[in-house]
Ligand binder design. Structure first.
Ligand SMILES: Nc1nc2c(ncn2[C@@H]2O[C@H](COP(=O)(O)OP(=O)(O)OP(=O)(O)O)[C@@H](O)[C@H]2O)c(=O)[nH]1
Ligand SMILES: [Mg+2]
Length: 407
């Protein structure tokens, strides 16, 4: 029996809408998973702890009182610590933006010095503009050639050939020699600079980053008082193609230097193969999870320890800073995960932070300018790069944020 034209039209319309909805459902990536066999099982972090109300770590904390942190107070409560930044003259606007945020949220209260590093001399314009951003002391340091230059054992032809191969695998900056030099300097050189001889703690800052939350305690004294070695805000997966032999070299190092491993290490976090199995396979046994090192608040004594120095020398000789694109983030993270007590690594949940395209944005009235709990403002699939669930799973939250078990 033929249907009347109006009913037929309605049926066709319904079919079209139905097909459209199906297409949407199957096409759209979920906000938390990327699909495919490399999909992230977000069930292991059912709720982002950034959504929970966040206050300060428990007292005692060192705060401003009278002139105890005044810039010119020679008996101030500051300890041997500096904010530090490796930066190019051309990145002046970007670093001014970062300074403005960090001064507004924290350093105008505590007045820790800023130390800027560069492989070429800073211009007067750079010095004048950065000095104007802070009441604190500002230092400008040239990196010694022997810390920056490509080491003698690196073969430049092999570097270029390897860079071609990396490029085929979409490894960013593979041909940019200075990027490799920067990663090596940040991994194993900066803390040897004579200007940092008497410094123990540093807060690393890059151009164009944002800080969102007022922090009203001395974070360096927090590190010291609570016996922390390393503080991070964001924990990510790395591009496995950039570090294919980093883990195999690490395993070689451990075979001869196993005594450096800490009994309470984070090996399970380093070697997880459940959440992103492909990453573990491509990185030959390393999950690629790392602390995103454009933000670091850390104790340089760890980098100066024999465990780290020997590890860095081993890696440096192996050549992967140039023949691959080993970053300071995975190198630092692997070393911390192996040689340090995991309880000495602190998630600075309360420090709102962004380096494009990722955020740490806690739920706190002290924060302005970021969306609570939002991990990225980029494409949805970037959410799968969040590796904090693994840190929480294998190591736990910093005791300061978890059920108040003690350090
Ligand atoms: N002085 C100097 N600083 C550098 C050089 N290369 C990188 N840097 C600095 O090192 C830090 C990291 O470099 P970036 O280019 O931001 O590297 P990245 O964060 O991996 O890359 P982006 O995602 O593009 O920001 C930044 O603070 C740069 O200013 C260099 O050749 N000379
Ligand atoms: Mg950067």
């Amino acid at each position: 029996m033929a249907l009347p034209p109006a009913v037929r039209l309605m049926a066709i319309g319904t079919m079209v809408v139905f097909c459209y909805l199906c297409a949407q459902i199957f096409r759209a990536p979920s906000s938390l998973s990327a699909g495919g066999k490399d999909a992230v099982k977000f069930s292991d972090m059912p709720r982002d702890p950034n959504l929970d109300p966040t206050g300060e770590p428990p007292e005692p904390l060192h705060r401003v009182s009278g002139n105890n942190y005044a810039p010119d107070n020679v008996n101030s409560n500051r300890i041997n610590a500096t904010i530090l930044s490796l930066v190019r003259n051309e990145e002046l606007d970007g670093i001014l933006q970062s300074m403005r945020d960090l001064e507004r949220t924290w350093n105008h209260k505590f007045n820790y010095p800023w130390t800027f590093f560069n492989d070429v001399p800073f211009t007067e314009a750079f010095k004048k503009a950065t000095r104007a951003m802070t009441k604190a002391e500002v230092r400008y340091e040239l990196i010694p050639k022997e810390h920056w230059d490509v080491p003698s054992w690196i073969n430049q032809d092999l570097f270029r050939e390897s860079a071609d191969v990396l490029k085929e695998h979409d490894v960013q900056y593979s041909h940019m020699l200075s990027y490799h030099q920067m990663c090596r300097w940040n991994s194993g050189m900066f803390y040897h600079h004579p200007a940092l001889k008497d410094m123990q703690y540093y807060w690393r800052v890059e151009p164009k980053v944002h800080f969102f939350c007022d922090v009203d305690y001395d974070v360096f004294r927090f590190m010291q008082d609570r016996n922390k070695t390393y503080g991070f805000t964001i924990n990510l997966y790395d591009s496995p193609q950039s570090i294919a032999t980093l883990w195999p070299e690490t395993v070689k190092f451990l075979a001869a230097n196993g005594h450096h491993q800490h009994p309470n290490n984070a090996m399970k976090w380093l070697t997880d193969k459940e959440r992103r199995p492909d990453h573990n396979v491509q990185a030959n046994g390393y999950s690629t999870c790392h602390f995103w090192s454009n933000f670091e608040i850390a104790d340089m004594n760890f980098w100066r320890s024999s465990a780290y120095e020997e590890y860095f020398d081993h890696l440096d000789r192996a050549g992967g800073f140039f023949y691959e694109r080993w970053g300071d983030a995975p190198v630092h993270s692997i070393a911390l995960g192996l040689f340090e007590d995991a309880r000495k690594i602190h998630w600075f949940k309360d420090i709102g932070y962004q380096h494009i395209p990722f955020f740490n944005c806690p739920n706190s009235p002290k924060c302005r300018g970021c969306v609570t709990g939002r991990f990225t403002d980029g494409e949805k699939w970037l959410n799968r790069e969040d590796c904090r669930p693994n840190w929480f799973k294998y190591v736990g939250m910093s005791p300061e944020w978890a059920v108040q078990n003690d350090d």
